[in-house]
Ligand binder design. Structure first.
Ligand code: ATP
Ligand code: MG
Length: 197
């Protein structure tokens, strides 16, 4: 069998509704068998109260519950040092070959429009573009312009202004985040008093 597999990487600090919606729409549009959520090992925000790697993973697991097509991968959180997507792709492909010796896979890298605009500055972008098909999900206020040398398929979704930054700010101000994250993630944030100074 040939699998069609999506990869959505990010800090997921925390995972919010637009992340899951981006994965869902990409899966539907591209007929993917499943999508890996890959929390980054070493996110680099500054001057902010942040969740630990274990907490970010736990929230991704909660958000993925009930979606059998959404799987949380620890390839990046298990690796020491900075997260580079070229390593993520290589490790996921190796893992796939080990687990499915008789199958093949076509890989789709799902990016928000902001991440795609930064893509030429990533480590080995040409190599990444050769290994996967890039799928770009629109994001309010971000360009939907295709970059030279890095073809992609754009998926236009109704503008959803959710960001993890906004979730952290709202939670820190004791404002409701029920419109921004899944109920289980909301409960986890409240119980663990995340993002509160
Ligand atoms: P932060 O505000 O901390 O940067 P974020 O909301 O941008 O968080 P990330 O973990 O940085 O979330 O993003 C992971 C991936 O999801 C990136 O490719 C990003 O572009 C994409 N993404 C995040 N939010 C949206 C959104 N509202 N619409 C489309 N794509 C999104
Ligand atoms: Mg971001």
């Amino acid at each position: 069998m040939q699998y069609r597999i999506g990869i959505l990487g990010g800090s997921f600090d925390p995972i919010h509704l637009a992340h899951v919606e981006a994965a869902r729409i990409a899966r539907k549009t591209l007929d993917l068998d499943f999508v890996y959520l890959v929390p980054a090992g070493n996110p680099y925000h500054r001057d902010e109260v942040l969740a630990s790697t274990e907490q970010r993973l736990a929230m991704c697991e909660l958000a993925a519950q009930g979606h059998d097509w959404l799987q949380v991968s620890k390839v990046d959180t298990d690796r020491i040092g900075n997260t580079y997507t070229i390593d993520t792709i290589r490790e996921l492909a190796q893992e796939f070959t080990l687990n499915h010796p008789n199958d093949s896979a076509e890989w789709f890298l799902i990016l928000g429009a902001d991440a795609y605009q930064d893509f030429p500055q990533w480590k080995q972008p040409e190599e990444i573009a050769r290994s996967v098909s890039m799928v770009v999900v629109s994001r309010p206020g971000e360009s939907s312009q295709e970059l030279d040398h890095f073809p992609c398929r754009f998926i236009d979704v109704p503008g959803w202004e959710i960001s993890s930054t906004q979730v952290r700010l709202s939670a820190g101000n004791n404002e409701s985040i029920s419109e921004l994250v899944a109920p289980s993630v909301n409960e986890y944030i409240t119980t663990n008093k995340l993002y509160i100074n």
